[in-house]
Design a binder for this molecule. Structure first.
Ligand code: ADP
Length: 309
């Protein structure tokens, strides 16, 4: 289990990046942290990886405190795998060597088998003998995920790990990593500004703004019962209308064309966007605010809907 206990961090003791953060990650589970750029997410992960020293609080992994960099010869923790955008790979090692050097805890035979598995999983067959410096950004990203998995860490920290990956590889890798969580009890802490990615991955999701965790959600509730517009919008388009004194939040599919006893809204069509299996239609309300509705086809003939049923 990972316990992050009330940690705070500032650069040079002046610039407060995050404050009073507490999170628990259970064995075999994935915890997502979602928030805008600059919220402090990456810095938070660096503290869990033992790469920076927190000002306050402590981080305990399976009963052992994560050491800060000044207490270690080599900063970082062997039990922690960290994938971020700075791909700390050896430029002169080949792709395969970069993976193998993370497999020293295994026997020689096991190393070869596991290395092959990771190369195939991440689609690196064609570049396995190329040096790190000759790999594209996407290949480096996949290699850094492979190298992190090769360590067989207790916890894997993922900082926007899939930005360069196509949707098929995301799904395949997602399934593999989830399986590792279940089979080996590995923990994952994932940070992203793409809430939808967190929805499909996480068992629990925290929202983070300006260095503070604002709320914890089950993924279903982050989508269907957000407590604020600011949080809810991270997980997909969300409408906000004022009815009487009440603010009503609803997703673009949560409306009806008829409805007794529900809230009637007069809307005027603006434009639509075809998005494959649905079309998003944008409307203006009488007060000038915009809302969006999803349906099989454009709703350009609609001027009244019912919400909050
Ligand atoms: P996020 O991952 O949510 O985008 P970061 O953790 O990268 O946020 O950054 C949080 C804040 O810390 C930002 O305001 C950023 O400018 C600041 N910051 C990041 N790195 C440094 C640094 N080395 N020195 C000073 N401020 C930094």
């Amino acid at each position: 289990m990972l316990h992050i206990k009330d940690i705070s961090f500032s650069y040079n003791g002046i610039r407060l990046v995050f404050d009073g953060v507490s999170i628990n990650v259970k064995k075999g589970s994935v915890v997502g942290i979602v928030g805008p750029s600059g919220a402090g997410k990456s810095t938070l992960l660096k503290s869990v990886a033992g790469l920076i020293t927190v000002d306050k609080g402590e981080i305990i992994l399976d009963g052992t405190k994560i050491q800060s960099p000044q207490n270690k010869l080599v900063p970082g923790d062997d039990e922690v795998g960290f994938v971020n955008q700075s791909f700390e790979l050896d430029d002169f090692y080949t792709c395969e060597e970069n993976i193998l050097r993370s497999l020293l805890h295994l026997s020689k035979e096991q190393r070869v088998v596991f290395c092959d598995q990771l190369i195939i999983l991440l689609g690196l067959e064609e570049v396995r003998h190329l040096q790190g410096r000759h790999l594209s950004g996407g290949e480096q990203q996949r290699l850094s995920i492979a190298a992190a998995l090769a360590k067989e860490p207790k916890i894997l920290l993922l900082d926007e790990p899939f930005v360069h990956l196509d949707v098929h590889l995301r799904k395949k890798l997602g399934k593999y990593i989830r399986d590792l969580c279940e089979i080996r009890g590995m923990m994952i802490l994932l940070v992203t500004h793409e809430g939808e990615e967190a929805l499909s991955w996480s068992d629990e999701i925290y929202c983070m703004f300006n260095g503070k965790l604002t709320r914890k959600y089950a993924p279903q509730n982050a989508y269907s019962k957000p407590k604020s517009l600011k949080e809810g919008r991270f997980f997909g388009e969300l409408n906000s209308v004022r009815i009487g004194k009440k603010q009503v939040l609803f997703r673009p599919t949560e409306f009806a064309f008829e409805g007794e006893g529900s809230n009637e809204l007069s809307i005027s069509f603006q434009y639509d966007e075809f998005r494959g299996f649905y079309t998003a239609s944008y409307f203006k309300l009488e007060n000038g605010r915009e809302i969006v509705l999803y349906a099989d086809a454009s709703l350009n003939k609609i001027s009244k809907i019912y919400v909050g049923i």
